[in-house]
Design a protein around this ligand. Structure first.
Ligand code: NAP
Length: 309
């Protein structure tokens, strides 16, 4: 990884799993990393551990905790305002935080929890930080998706690009939809940036393969389905990559010198689940300009904001 000295990065969900590892490696290379976490205690604890580690290594980078609950649009607004008051540049935004599965629950704004956290909160966050990202070019936005975005094609309906209601909610397929949205959003933002002729802003997506983390046992998640509870328990005992390996596609997308806007990276090994990062072609559906445009329109409506590029 090239030196990140002088750069400011925001990593969402940086207190755990892939986000924690991403923050650590960026700070090791000299970046100042803002740990954007929903829980004050978990975020502060991660900041403490990262600072200890960086001090042991005499690393030049630094970290700072800032509270952000992506499932609450008012928290996204507060975070963006606080960040902009404290920093006048943002070289790297890593939209990493995520939740997977669980019972149907509504966010603070009344949208389904996985949709609100994995997609809508990141859409609003990127929109609110976009001006400062633009000013800091060359800058990057990295969206963390999943290999499961490929399964979304089985149940995805282009005419219903929105938060699911209780009746149509299915925890697995809804997760795959949100991970498809991460790539649709990446590609649409990439096209809009390019259409405006903006130089130096790269919008990139990636996925970590199958990585040992807290994803299916996240604090606060409830699951009333015995089938899915058992499924997720069994999934935990299958072979998984370490978080160090799982963070590599994110880190490569964030810092690799050969990366260009619109790229998608994932592990090179077996079923794109294990191994070192390589350039990958996302599913055909994730390249649909119609679906991406509809997602952008719905997201602006649901977040009650305009994302002007
Ligand atoms: P993880 O260890 O559970 O990390 C997820 C992070 O997101 C945690 O810090 C969590 O905070 C945070 N988060 C959840 N809801 C949030 C909210 N409302 N606001 C702000 N932060 C929130 O899982 P991970 O595997 O590292 O997940 C990172 C990303 O990788 C996710 O986008 C996931 O979809 C993607 N991914 C993972 C895998 C895998 O195999 N692990 C595979 C494909 C894709 P708390 O600690 O407070 O819960």
């Amino acid at each position: 990884m090239p030196s990140q000295s002088g750069k400011v990065a925001v990593v969402t969900g940086a207190n755990s799993g892939i986000g924690y590892e991403t923050a650590l490696q960026l700070a090791r290379k000299g970046a100042h990393v803002v740990l954007a976490c929903r829980s004050e205690s978990r975020g502060k604890h991660a900041a403490y551990e990262l600072k200890q580690q960086l001090a042991i290594e005499n690393a030049t980078g630094s970290v700072e905790f800032m509270q952000l609950d992506l499932s609450d649009l008012s928290s996204v607004q507060t975070f963006s305002d606080t960040f902009k008051r404290a920093h006048d540049r943002l070289d790297l935004l890593v939209n990493n935080a995520g939740v997977m599965g669980g019972s149907y629950e509504l966010s603070a704004d009344g949208y389904e929890r996985q949709f609100a956290t994995n997609h809508l909160g990141h859409f609003a966050l990127t929109a609110q930080l976009f001006e400062v990202i633009k000013k800091s070019a060359p800058a990057r936005i990295v969206n963390v998706s999943s290999f499961l975005h490929r399964q979304a094609g089985l149940t995805f309906n282009e005419d219903k690009v929105m938060a699911p209601d209780k009746k149509s909610y299915a925890q697995w397929s809804n997760y795959t939809h949100t991970k498809l949205y991460n790539i649709l959003f990446t590609m649409e933002l990439h096209r809009r940036v390019r259409a405006k002729g903006m130089e130096g802003i790269a919008v990139v997506a990636c996925h970590p393969g199958y990585t040992a983390s807290n994803l299916v046992t996240a604090p606060g998640a409830s699951n009333s389905s015995l089938f899915w509870k058992l499924f997720f328990k069994l999934a935990k005992i299958l072979p998984q990559q370490s978080t160090q390996m799982g963070a590599l596609p994110t880190l490569y997308a964030a810092t690799g010198e050969a990366v260009v806007s619109g790229d998608f990276f994932g592990p090179e090994g077996l079923g794109t689940i294990f191994g070192y990062p390589r350039l990958e072609t996302p599913s055909k559906l994730s390249q649909s300009t119609t679906a991406a445009w509809k997602l952008w329109e719905s997201s602006e409506k649901l977040a009650q904001m305009e994302f002007s590029v």
